[in-house]
Design a protein around this ligand. Structure first.
Ligand code: ZN
Ligand code: ZN
Length: 333
């Protein structure tokens, strides 16, 4: 990461931190919200269930675009991005009042480290959208950003990537904290360690959960719940930019917020709630008694000598299906 990127991202962290500071006025907080991750549980709007990593017969999926969109519609999704390898699809015929298809693709530029190629999920580009496959990874990301698209770092564990690969490029707004296909087929679906390491380098990014569906039998394993004021591409992209979402492979997170140095979460029944944060040995785990479940937990993190920079919540149900909030940035003052 170059110095300019670090300073820019550190600024974003500081701006978001101000959101949680009781001393900050409303106008300051509102202006700050444009630069950091927001809290979806405090935002006005509706929840939309989203699939952001989806393949069809346009690349190596098992069904065509209309069939795939219909599968997700029947499963209760309102937002579906079709992200075939290198190729976009014309989705203009499928948008409805209660259903938003998003044009995307998955791109695979080479790494500069000699590791296997990057996999980036790209959302919200025009169709057709041609990428020069010989471009360096950063130039490819920049091309997507220049047309208003979003870039997500896909399945870093499956790709055998480390921080070396994740920090050699900038401009992605989230990573896949869970990829259902990688999880079922290779047990490499989790990206939570990669996420924490990136956060600890000062990059404030979100975590999404996806199916990366190729085979229709492996669908609705991981999804992202987005809070937005309306169901249109601009509102959904803004919610992604602000981090107004949480990721899930099962549990529902009903609420999560920080007040007076205490973080509280309310969920569907789970057996473990983890508050994860920066720092050696940091965090707090609340475990249900044998045979019981939890639907809430809290952690008073303020008052200790430790300096918390960020805290995120991860829950696991009785089948070890998980859900993840985005990180909350903690005020330094
Ligand atoms: Zn991939
Ligand atoms: Zn994929």
């Amino acid at each position: 990461m170059d110095r300019r990127t670090f300073l820019k991202l550190s600024g974003a962290v500081a701006a978001q931190a101000a959101l949680w500071s009781p001393q900050v006025g409303r106008a300051e907080a509102e202006s700050a919200s444009a630069h950091g991750l927001g809290n979806p549980f405090l935002q006005e709007g509706r929840w939309f269930k989203a699939a952001f990593h989806v393949h069809t017969t346009t690349s190596d999926g098992d069904v065509d675009v209309p069939t795939r969109l219909n599968q997700y519609r029947k499963l209760g999704y309102q937002v579906v991005a079709i992200t075939d390898h290198w190729k976009t699809n014309d989705l203009s015929a499928f948008a409805e009042e209660d259903f938003l298809p998003i044009v995307g693709l998955e791109m695979h530029p080479q790494t500069g480290t000699g590791a296997p190629a990057h996999h980036f999920v790209v959302l919200n580009v025009p169709h057709p959208f041609e990428l020069d496959r010989k471009l360096a990874a950063q130039a490819m990301i920049d091309q997507v950003l220049s047309v208003g698209g979003k870039v997500i770092y896909a399945h870093p564990y499956w790709t055998t990537h480390s921080l070396n690969e994740m920090l050699e490029v900038a401009g992605y707004c989230a990573l896949e904290v869970f990829n259902g296909g990688c999880h079922v087929e290779n047990d490499t679906g989790y990206g939570s360690v990669h996420w924490d390491q990136v956060l600890n380098k000062g990059r404030l990014i979100g975590g999404i959960a996806t199916d990366d569906v190729h085979n229709s039998k492996l669908i609705n394993i991981g999804w992202t719940m987005i809070k937005a004021p309306a169901l249109n591409a601009a509102a959904i992209m803004e919610a992604i930019e602000k981090g107004c979402y949480y990721a899930s492979a099962g549990p529902t997170i009903e609420d999560c917020r920080i007040e007076d140095g205490v973080i509280r979460v309310i969920t569907s029944p789970v057996r473990r709630i983890t508050f994860r944060c920066n720092g050696v040995g940091g965090g707090h785990v609340v475990q249900a008694k044998p045979g019981e479940t939890l639907t809430s937990a809290e952690w008073k993190f303020a008052g200790s000598r430790r300096r918390y920079q960020w805290i995120r919540v991860e829950v696991a149900d009785e089948m070890d299906n998980r859900a993840w909030t985005n990180p909350f940035v903690i005020p330094t003052a």
